[in-house]
Design a protein around this ligand. Structure first.
Ligand code: ADP
Length: 546
């Protein structure tokens, strides 16, 4: 037997119906139309079936009453014109009356019962009945009425039993006849309603088939009609999805003059203006980027000259009067800052232009962290900070660009020392099968949530007047974040005022790996407990980048 597919497994059907109901406008519309029209057709069908059934019964009843009346009168006139006097003659008379009743009333079921309570008569024939299996259907109520009212007709609906134990609906009609010499007799004639029932069944079947066909027709028609509307809507939805995902050239085909065509035209108009505005913005930003890059380039040569001249002056400062000497020193540090800013600007404009190429090589991040720590040790000593490295893992070689990662670490550790208020700075390195993470934790000033939200913005500083020892262009973390994302890694931050900060860099071991988690915790383990007391939610500025 072939394996059942997901759709053909019956236990999956309710789920499929539910998901189709949620996701398909067409399915919903067709289901609602079919349900409502099916209900309407059912109500009309039941009403028609009941009223046709009633009508059939009533007409058969009047026919039956007429026939029975005619048969009874014929029998009575037979008795009236007879001069029978002994039992055999009366018996014969009764038999021929029964035959004539059967002949005139199209019924084989005739019962003649002597009305009880009369004087016993020797000539009175015994009760006779051809009801057979149905003899019990003559109810006592009917009998009582017939016995009490001479000359009237009474009827009752019954179930007749056939010879082969089948049952058919029927009507029993009763009345009194007077047999000469023998006295009063009850006459019962039973009529079958089998024909009427067969007609009703046929009508019901026809109604059922017609109703079903109508429901199918309604389903097909509503499916086709909804398709007319849904197809262009689906195209519009797909097109807007593509537009939203950046494919600005997509348009909806415009056909006809109807409301759908109007929708398509206005959508396309909107897409046109969106595309032209985005193009304008892109052009503008390209011009700006090129301007920044060109200016930075152009400034390099004169700056080198200024720097050389400044160096000469700086070297000679001891020979200058004190005020001039201080100016030479100032010039020296500001030129250094200027150079730093220029190189950062050039770097970020390279990222903006998308012209950054990774020079990845297998790199041990623990050694890289050690290098960065060593290069900043003297700064840490001047600030009184103790630089520590904790590396339970991370000794495996990750495919990264060492120059960029060294720059990120230099920036993070430099910031931690700058803002660490002389407290220890802990650099942790750990790894798992997919990722290597480095976190830089300080216990300094920390930042508020509002500050954390801006920490990766260009030229943003929490407090521009804060005393700076190294560089400090305000571009360091912006470049670090670009460096992380170009590696498909994350640079995230947790910080809390008074508790310090923790920056965590997570990098995939190879470019093929998609990051899902980091080997190091953020917020750091030693922050969570303090957090509970402070009731402060950690900021996650910079979030995961892909
Ligand atoms: P820069 O350090 O050159 O000013 P960054 O982009 O490296 O630029 O940092 C931007 C700002 O983020 C800093 O000026 C500082 O206010 C804040 N900052 C960065 N690291 C820390 C930290 N470890 N603790 C407190 N504030 C920090």
């Amino acid at each position: 037997m072939p394996a059942l597919t997901y759709r053909s497994r019956p236990r999956n059907w309710p789920r499929l119906v539910r998901s189709s109901w949620r996701s398909s406008l067409q399915f919903r519309t067709v289901t609602v139309s079919v349900a409502l029209s099916g209900l309407a057709i059912l109500i009309v069908g039941v009403y028609m079936s009941v009223s046709i059934g009633n009508d059939l019964f009533q007409s058969r009843l009047s026919q039956v009453l007429l026939e029975s009346d005619r048969a009874t009168s014929a029998a009575q006139s037979l008795f009236d014109s007879s001069d029978a006097t002994d039992r055999v003659q009366v018996q014969n008379l009764l038999s021929s009356a029964r035959t004539s009743i059967s002949a005139t009333s199209s019924s084989r079921l005739v019962a003649v019962l002597r009305v009880p309570g009369q004087d016993p008569s020797t000539v009175a024939p015994l009760d006779s009945s051809t009801f057979g299996a149905s003899s019990g259907v003559i109810g006592s109520d009917l009998r009582a009425e017939v016995q009490a009212n001479n000359g009237d007709q009474f009827w009752q609906s019954v179930t007749l039993f056939g010879d082969d134990a089948t049952t058919v609906p029927g009507i029993v009609v009763g009345s009194q006849i007077t047999v000469p010499v023998a006295g009063r007799y009850e006459l019962y004639i039973a009529y079958s309603l089998q024909d009427a029932e067969a007609t009703l069944l046929f009508v019901q079947q026809t109604l059922g088939v017609a109703g079903l066909a109508l429901v199918l027709l309604i389903a097909a028609v509503s499916w086709i009609v909804v398709r007319f509307v849904v197809t262009p809507l689906r195209v519009a939805a797909e097109t807007s999805q593509k537009l939203a995902s950046g494919d600005l050239a997509v348009r909806i085909p415009e056909k006809g003059e109807d409301v759908i065509a109007t929708l398509a035209r206005s959508f396309n108009g909107m897409a046109d203006s969106l595309q032209s505005q985005i193009r304008e913005l892109a052009d503008l930003s390209e011009v700006q980027q090129r301007f920044v890059s060109d200016v930075s380039h152009e400034l390099r040569t004169p700056l080198t000259t200024i720097r050389l001249a400044g160096d000469v002056l700086y070297d000679q400062r001891a020979n200058f009067p004190p005020a001039t000497g201080r100016t030479a020193e100032l010039l020296h540090t500001q030129v250094e800052r200027f150079e730093l800013l220029l190189s950062d600007l050039l770097e970020i404009s390279r990222y903006d232009a998308g012209s950054v190429e990774l020079e990845s090589e297998p790199t041990n991040l623990v050694y890289l962290a050690e290098d960065a720590i060593d290069s900043l040790r003297s700064l840490a000593e001047t600030k009184g900070s103790d630089l520590r490295l904790v590396a339970p893992g991370g000794y495996l070689n990750a495919d990264v660009d060492p120059r960029r990662i060294r720059r990120v670490l230099h920036n993070l550790i430099g910031n931690a020392i700058e803002h660490g208020e002389g407290k220890p700075v802990v650099v942790s390195v750990d790894s798992d099968a997919n990722a290597v993470a480095i976190s830089v934790r300080d216990y300094g000033l920390g930042m508020s949530q509002a500050e954390v939200a801006h920490v990766f913005d260009r030229f943003w500083r929490a407090d521009p007047s804060r005393q700076r020892t190294i560089g400090g262009t305000g571009l360091g973390l912006a470049i670090a974040r670009e460096d992380a994302s170009v590696h498909k890694g994350w640079l995230q931050v947790w910080s809390s005022p008074g508790q310090g900060s923790c920056f965590r860099l997570t990098l995939p071991v190879t470019a093929r790996v998609q990051l899902e988690s980091s080997p190091l915790p953020l917020p750091p383990d030693d922050a969570t407990a303090a957090l509970g007391e402070a009731g402060h939610v950690p900021g996650q500025g910079g979030g995961p980048h892909d």
